[in-house]
Design a protein around this ligand. Sequence first.
Ligand code: ZN
Length: 73
Amino acid sequence: MSDDTGPPAIPVVCPECGTRTSVPFPDVEATVERHNEERHGGETVAAVDPDVFDRLADYVAADLGLLDERDEG
Ligand SMILES: [Zn+2]
């Protein structure tokens, strides 16, 4: 009963608050920004879990088609 059609949930961690939240990929940037603004005066404290950051990068790259590198002119 797993629904895999939606965007992946990205873990967002805040070391200062000691919180870890899963946020749908499209909301990650807004969520992190809002948290840092409301809780940390705009400082970049909360961020995407570094462990999944690589996979996230892959996902974004694949989404943009950047993995299909072409070197033809
Ligand atoms: Zn925080």
